[in-house]
Design a protein around this ligand. Structure first.
Ligand code: HEC
Ligand code: HEC
Ligand code: HEC
Length: 121
């Protein structure tokens, strides 16, 4: 009886961890899949084996200018538009990954410390 109870608890804990992993995976393919975007829309083939070109984003998101947002940065609030960088036009995939969690390029090498989860659902 004790053993069965322990097994149930283990399964519950395991499923809970899995659900967090899935919800927080930041996998943008999920966001696209919900809107009916298929592998071939990005990869040009139904059976992709290698990376899709970063330029493909622009076929659907041609004029994504973003907007100024308020982020926390080392305890201060700053207003920035991540889509209007002082580094000029950046590749979308520098910040947005499709198959793995997205990472804010601005925070790389300690340049900035914007608190942002990239809004990936
Ligand atoms: C919204 C665009 C998009 C969609 C939809 C998409 N991919 Fe990708 N895929 C990419 C990009 C961009 C890369 C390059 C790596 C990255 O940024 O995540 C990539 C990388 C890959 C790779 C190479 C992985 C590597 O590290 O070499 C494979 C294989 C792949 N995708 C398969 C698929 C399959 C299968 C589907 C459909 C179930 C799919 N992709 C849907 C954009 C997309
Ligand atoms: C075939 C069309 C298509 C392509 C190609 C495409 N997207 Fe999208 N994407 C969409 C649609 C439709 C949505 C949902 C509506 C929206 O937010 O604009 C979306 C949503 C998004 C979102 C918002 C996700 C969210 O949860 O709010 C991001 C970020 C994004 N795309 C990035 C990319 C990147 C990066 C690429 C290139 C690797 C790409 N997209 C390629 C059609 C596309
Ligand atoms: C320097 C990093 C960076 C780059 C490069 C970048 N994005 Fe984003 N993107 C972000 C961040 C951060 C968010 C979340 C914004 C927020 O706080 O709501 C975002 C959100 C989005 C969204 C959701 C709507 C919105 O504006 O909040 C879309 C769609 C999107 N990006 C598309 C793109 C496309 C297309 C490109 C390439 C042309 C691109 N992004 C390049 C950082 C970036």
């Amino acid at each position: 009886m004790k053993k069965a109870f322990f097994t149930v608890i283990c399964i519950m804990v395991f499923s809970f961890i899995c659900s967090i992993a899935i919800a927080g995976s930041g996998d943008l393919r999920g966001a696209h899949k919900d809107r009916g975007i298929a592998c071939e829309d990005c990869h040009g083939t139904k059976t992709p084996e290698k990376k899709a070109p970063a330029s493909v984003c622009k076929t659907c998101h041609a004029d994504h200018r973003g907007e100024i947002k308020t982020y926390k940065n080392n305890g201060h609030e700053v207003k920035v538009n991540p889509h209007d960088s002082h580094q000029g036009e950046l590749r979308c995939t520098l910040c947005h990954s499709i198959h793995e969690p997205s990472k804010l390029y601005c925070n790389q090498d300690g340049c900035h410390a914007f608190e942002n989860n990239m809004n990936v659902k």
